[in-house]
Every structure is written in structure tokens, then in C-alpha cells.
Design a protein around this ligand. Structure first.
Ligand SMILES: *Cc1c(COP(=O)(O)O)cnc(C)c1O
Length: 377
């Protein structure tokens, strides 16, 4: 790796240099969080053992989980009408649990199809019950969020499934559709904590932690409590929202380390100024890159301007020059940037700029991009 001219804020160990991480997930964590993890090993808060070793029925774990829930409620404005569940199995497990718990006989789930992730969700819905696509941008390579109106939804669906931010194709809802009395289910995995959301309006929203909220292993599911009554009694306990809620997310051994890291991330977000601060910063960071792309005459964005994600900035070189894009990835890695290769199903380049990727770090990337454009123009 070439030496960097700028001062590096990354100094977790003296022995290795941390790269500027633009990976889509697992993604960058704030250095303060990594330092804290180091400090809390091998003994967590006078418990006599590390967080990896203490029991999940102890007062220490009780305190941790209660603190995590409180931070989540405060930061995301989650009302008491909604249960906060900490589950395992990743966001994809929610593609399974949502239909298993929320489908009502004879009433399909309606899906707005905007990404690989909604396709997977639909496939699982159809294995469990029935699903239907009510709006889609698949015919245009998922380059926008479909326009939705009063006629989009039938009004008699079990629920409506959307993906709030489309990690792979780089689109994001500016506002959430009105589904009336039908519960809205949103996959928020790649945007949770990046902007304020009307939490109380959702029937269910979920996000696995490894993009914007910590480490892989735990998934947040926030569910309107009255929907717990939909969980079929015959569902195996581990698949039932109701049973998880009744057991306070401890039906079995919870992923304590991932919950602990989530707690550190939430505290960091709070101390930095909360979700509103990251909403502003997400705007600034993404505008910096989109402006550069627009002005460059070299980079192109495949995404309609109004629907561009503040979290995953997808771009191409001259509309998709694969040789130059390959060179971009190689040279960016040599310069200390990682994770800029686009997803295997979409190609191109992608800069994921979650909360832990600072404005300064995005500035570094912008500088690299400008220099690369000049050199290869
Ligand atoms: C990454 C991602 C997923 C998959 O998450 P897992 O925790 O790996 O199951 C699902 N949905 C979206 C929007 C994602 O970005």
C-alpha cells in the first residue's frame, strides 16, 4: 500500500494501517467503537468475564439489553405500541419470519420490487403463502423507485413489503408509501440510523446490524404489538415473533457480542448528535459524490436523480467501461480504499457511505476520484 499524505484517524493498532472502508456490509465501524471493544476485553464491567463469556440471564446482560432497547427507542423514536426484538439469522431471516407470522389466509403480501433483496423476499413469501408484485422497476435495471399512488395497493393485502434503501442498485425512498390500514413492512438494513423515520407508521421494520449498526449476528425487528396476534400458534417457537416477544428476545442464547457492539454503535450515534445529525451528514456526503459524478464528464450515475441513495452511491465510468472500472478498483485499493467494487449482480462501482464513514473520508475518496478522472480523461 502506498503511504498516505493525509493524517490517518485510524490507529487501532500500531502494527497495521486501516484502509478507508467503503464496503457495503459488513461495513466500517467507528474507530472509537473498536477501541472500546478492545478495552472491554477481557473483563466486561466488573462481571469477572468478557461479554463473550457471561450468561444471558445475568444482571449484566439484562442491563445491556435494556440499555440497547432504550437507545433504539430514543434514537429512532419507537413508540410503546411497538415491540423491539433482537433476533438472529440476519435480515434474510426476516424475509421468512414476516410471511410466516403476518400472512393471513387468502390475503397475499404485496411487494414493491426494487432490488435483489425484494426478489429474495418475494421468493420466500411465495414458498410460504402468496405474494404479488404491485410495482416494480426491474424492467429498467432498478434505476428508480416506482411511483405509487392510491391505486397501487389493493387494500386487502396481508401486508406490503418494501426495501427502504436498495443497497445494490443505489435507490432509496424519499418518503414511504401510504398503505392505509394494511401494515407496511420495510427492510431498512442498509439505511437504519441514517435518517429520521416515522417509526410508528410501520407494521414492521427490520435491519441486520452489520451495515450501519454494528457487527453481523443480530437483527433488529420492530413490530407493532397488535400484529403479534397474527403469529400462528403452530409456528415453531424460534420462528414466532410472538414467542420471541414473550421471551424478551431470549428464547435461546442471544448473540450477546453482537448486541453489545450494537450498544456501542448506538451510544456513538447518540454522542455524535443522534440520527438528525447523520441525516444531514448523509446528505452532505452523498451530494459531494453525486456532484462530482455529474460534473466530471467521466463518471456516470445509472440512478434517476430523485431516487438516489444517500447510503450506497453507485457509479460507472463512461456508462460502463469495464477496463477502466477494473483499473479504478485496483488503483483505489493501492491508494488505501477498499470495498469500491459494485455488487456482483449490478457491476460498476459502489461507495457505501454509512454513518461510520466520515465526511473527511468521503472527501478523500472524492479527491481520488477527481485525480483518477483527470488522469484517464
Ligand atoms: C445486506 C442486506 C440484506 C441481507 O442481510 P443479511 O443480514 O446478510 O441477511 C437484506 N436486505 C438489504 C436491504 C440489505 O442491504
Amino acid at each position: 500500500m502506498t503511504t498516505r499524505t493525509q493524517s490517518t484517524p485510524f490507529s487501532v493498532t500500531q502494527h497495521s494501517v486501516r484502509s478507508w472502508n467503503f464496503g457495503a456490509g459488513p461495513a466500517a465501524l467507528p474507530v472509537e467503537v473498536l477501541e472500546q471493544i478492545k478495552e472491554d476485553l477481557p473483563v466486561y464491567k466488573n462481571s469477572g468475564a468478557s461479554i463473550l463469556e457471561i450468561g444471558h440471564r445475568t444482571a449484566h446482560y439484562d442491563e445491556l439489553q435494556a440499555r440497547v432497547e432504550k437507545l433504539l427507542r430514543d434514537l429512532l423514536d419507537i413508540p410503546q405500541t411497538h415491540a423491539v426484538l433482537l433476533l438472529a439469522g440476519g435480515a434474510r431471516m426476516q424475509f421468512v419470519m414476516a410471511p410466516m407470522n403476518l400472512l393471513i389466509e387468502g390475503r397475499p403480501a404485496e411487494v414493491v420490487h426494487t432490488d435483489v433483496w425484494t426478489k429474495m423476499a418475494l421468493q420466500d413469501i411465495e414458498k410460504i403463502g402468496s405474494g404479488r408484485v404491485v410495482a416494480s422497476s426491474s424492467q429498467d435495471n432498478f434505476s428508480y423507485i416506482p411511483v405509487m399512488g392510491p391505486g397501487t395497493f389493493s387494500g386487502d393485502a396481508s401486508y406490503v413489503h418494501i426495501c427502504a434503501n436498495n443497497t445494490i442498485y443505489g435507490t432509496q425512498y424519499r418518503s414511504f408509501p401510504d398503505t392505509g390500514a394494511v401494515p407496511l413492512v420495510a427492510d431498512m438494513t442498509s439505511e437504519i440510523l441514517s435518517r429520521r423515520i416515522p417509526a410508528g407508521r410501520f407494521g414492521l421494520f427490520f435491519a441486520s446490524a452489520q451495515k450501519n449498526m454494528g457487527a453481523a449476528g443480530v437483527t433488529l425487528a420492530v413490530l407493532r404489538r397488535d400484529l403479534l396476534d397474527r403469529s400462528p400458534v403452530r409456528l415453531p417457537a424460534m420462528l414466532s415473533y410472538k414467542e420471541h416477544a414473550q421471551a424478551d428476545s431470549r428464547l435461546n442464547t442471544p448473540p450477546a457480542f453482537a448486541v453489545y457492539v450494537m450498544g456501542l454503535m448506538l451510544r456513538w450515534v447518540r454522542d455524535q448528535g443522534g440520527v438528525a445529525k447523520f441525516e444531514r451528514e448523509s446528505q452532505m456526503k452523498s451530494i459531494m459524490l453525486y456532484d462530482l459524478i455529474e460534473r466530471s464528464g467521466f463518471y456516470t450515475s445509472p440512478v434517476h436523480q430523485k431516487d438516489r441513495s444517500t447510503q450506497n452511491v453507485i457509479f460507472h465510468i463512461r456508462g460502463g467501461d469495464e477496463n477502466l472500472e477494473k483499473r479504478f478498483v485496483q488503483e483505489s485499493e493501492a491508494a488505501g480504499f477498499i470495498g469500491l467494487q459494485g455488487h456482483r449482480s449490478a457491476g460498476g462501482l459502489r461507495a457505501s457511505i454509512y454513518n461510520a464513514v466520515s465526511l473527511t473520508t468521503v472527501g478523500e475518496l472524492a479527491e481520488f476520484m477527481s485525480a483518477f478522472a483527470k488522469k484517464n480523461a
